[in-house]
Structure formats: structure tokens, C-alpha cells
Design a protein around this ligand. Structure first.
Ligand SMILES: [Fe+2]
Ligand SMILES: [Fe+2]
Length: 138
């Protein structure tokens, strides 16, 4: 586990749909905001505020993708939703561990979020690109 760095958007992360790219960019920005906070001895309230925001936003984002999967009868729907759900469970697990030592946990959280998001963008999210394009999304 290294020291997390700020996420930077790259064209290779694009799924070819502006609405979804914008949501992914928003997730990058929120994770970067969390990293900034972690690096400046934040109050508990500040940390919790950003994490709550992140959790609400990822819920909204997953719902956007999953709504299109259903609408387009996307072939990998089950597997993709499963990946989202595993991520949700992992977050709940981290939140449960959240006690007094939340700063070191916050570093681990940023590390986990960055790894997960980049991996998910480059694998599962890339896989729906063709399907979404074929249904006219852009
Ligand atoms: Fe996504
Ligand atoms: Fe996804």
C-alpha cells in the first residue's frame, strides 16, 4: 500500500458517454477532495462530510449505469451489478471499523477507492461502451 496520489482524468478512462464520464470525473474530484482533507489533519466532521458525499454520489452513479443496463438489456448486467454490490459491501465494512483511529483508516480508504475506481473504469465500465454506443448514447 503506497501513499495515495491525486487522481487525474485521462482519455483512456472515457466510456464514450458524456453524462457518465462527467459522473466519473465527479468521483475523481470527490476522492481528491478526501485526499486533500486527509493530508491536512481534518476534523472528524469534515472527513465524515466528504465520505457521506462520496457514498451518496456513488449510489447515484451506480443507479445511472444500472438503469441503462436494464433499458438496453445489457448482457453483462448481472456481473456488473455484482461488482457494484461487492464495492458497496466493502465500503460498509470500512465504515464499521471507523472508530477513533479514523485518520489512518482514511488513508486506507483513499487508497482503496483509487484502486477500485481505476480498475473498475478500465474493466467493467469499458465493457458496456459498445452496447451504450449501439443504443445511441454519447
Ligand atoms: Fe462507473
Ligand atoms: Fe460500473
Amino acid at each position: 500500500m503506497g501513499t495515495p496520489k491525486k487522481l487525474e482524468w485521462e482519455e483512456k478512462y472515457s466510456v464514450g458517454v458524456k453524462l457518465i464520464d462527467d459522473q466519473h470525473k465527479m468521483m475523481f474530484a470527490t476522492i481528491n477532495e478526501l485526499l486533500d482533507a486527509v493530508n491536512t489533519s481534518p476534523t472528524k466532521e469534515k472527513l465524515h462530510g466528504i465520505i457521506d458525499q462520496l457514498i451518496k454520489y456513488k449510489k447515484f452513479h451506480f443507479a445511472t449505469e444500472e438503469r441503462y443496463f436494464e433499458e438496453f438489456n445489457y448482457e453483462n448486467t448481472k456481473d456488473h451489478i455484482n461488482r457494484h454490490n461487492i464495492f458497496n459491501l466493502k465500503l460498509v465494512e470500512i465504515q464499521k471499523k471507523w472508530g477513533d483511529n479514523n485518520l489512518s483508516l482514511a488513508f486506507d480508504l483513499v487508497d482503496f477507492l483509487e484502486d477500485w475506481l481505476i480498475d473498475h473504469l478500465m474493466t467493467a465500465d469499458q465493457e458496456y461502451k459498445e452496447c451504450f454506443k449501439a443504443h445511441g448514447l454519447k
